[in-house]
Design a protein around this ligand. Structure first.
Ligand SMILES: Cc1ncc(C[n+]2csc(CCOP(=O)(O)OP(=O)(O)O)c2C)c(N)n1
Ligand SMILES: [Mg+2]
Length: 299
């Protein structure tokens, strides 16, 4: 039974991600966007729910599927669109592209697992400095195949690093279903390093907020690293047109697990419509500003 508790703020945050990503996929074939892109369609509730507990100064590490994490962190659309277009006005001066975003305390990198040692080191630094800040790192199920993750879990546990490992298990890594890539249980991998772990299977942002709350509190109280496994669903292709899954299966998934459908249940139709209009205008304006901004050649 789904409780109807998503706030307008949460719904808007998720819709901003959804509409941003749809615009990215629509624009991609025109050649406006350079490099590659991996959209966060279907997983919006994860970033919005988890990052709702961030304090100013906390640090977030993301992966190749980073647009949703960035927008939920507080990043703005225009700078992200411009970054994807390789424009100097992009959040990273147009040189990082879709996967390599840095703004304030937000970092992403497309090399799977590469962020784990860096995030762990950052968390240790925060602990040694007594800053009271924590680190959140988002990992896909595919990153569980990277050895450096386990070195990081080991040291994070030994050092009591203030870090939350969030695994977004969308059951697929590019085209490889999790059954072919992962032996054993995900939680057992954290248990092996004595890292307390919880799991949730939900697309309801309020449930994800609840599921992550205790971890944030425990980490802030100095109880070392924690892990949250979110069983989730990727609605879009891995990158652009590269979805090998059966179309009807993806459609079934969209019908059953859409975070926006769950979110909308908490609001009335006027609220939904207003937010839709507001977000639609924001995307349109941000995209236009990014598109009209000078390119690298103007420098
Ligand atoms: C070390 C490394 N190997 C391979 C790749 C190519 N690659 C990019 S995304 C991806 C799949 C990632 O799957 P997962 O971690 O489950 O994240 P998802 O795409 O499902 O969000 C792969 C293999 C990479 N970026 N880094
Ligand atoms: Mg995956």
């Amino acid at each position: 039974m789904v409780e109807k508790r998503a706030s307008e703020k949460d719904y808007k945050a998720m819709l901003r991600i959804r509409r941003f990503e749809e615009q990215v996929l629509e624009a991609f074939p025109s050649g406006l966007i350079t490099g590659t892109t991996h959209t966060y369609l279907g997983q919006e509730a994860n970033a919005v729910g988890v990052l709702s507990h961030l304090n100013e100064g906390d640090i977030v590490f993301s992966n190749h599927r980073c647009h949703g994490h960035f927008l939920a962190y507080g990043g703005e659309m225009r700078g992200l669109f411009a970054e994807l277009m390789g424009k100097p006005s992009g959040v990273g001066g147009g040189r990082g592209g879709s996967q390599h975003i840095h703004w304030k305390n937000f970092y992403s990198n497309g090399v799977l697992g590469s962020t784990a040692p860096i995030a762990t080191g950052a968390a240790m630094a925060e602990k040694f400095q007594g800053s009271g800040q924590l680190v959140v790192i988002f990992l896909g199920d595919g990153a569980l195949g990277q050895g450096v993750l386990y070195e990081s879990l080991n040291i994070a546990s030994l050092q009591g690093a203030p870090i939350l490992f969030v695994v977004e298990n969308n059951h697929i890594a590019q085209t490889t279903p999790i059954e072919l890539g992962l032996a054993g249980e995900i939680s057992a991998r954290f248990a092996a390093f004595d890292i307390e772990t919880s799991e949730i299977e939900s697309s309801d942002v309020a449930e994800i907020e609840d599921a992550s709350k205790d971890h944030f509190e425990a980490i802030r109280a100095g109880n070392g690293p924690k892990a949250l496994i979110i069983h989730t669903h990727r609605f879009g292709p891995h990158s652009k047109g590269d979805d090998t899954r059966a179309e009807n299966k993806v459609q079934e998934m969209r019908n059953k697990y859409d975070p926006l459908q769950f979110g909308a249940m908490s609001l009335n139709s006027n609220q939904v419509e207003e937010i839709e209009t507001e977000v639609g205008a924001e995307v349109e304006e941000a995209f236009k500003l990014a598109k009209d901004a000078p390119g690298m050649e103007a420098q």
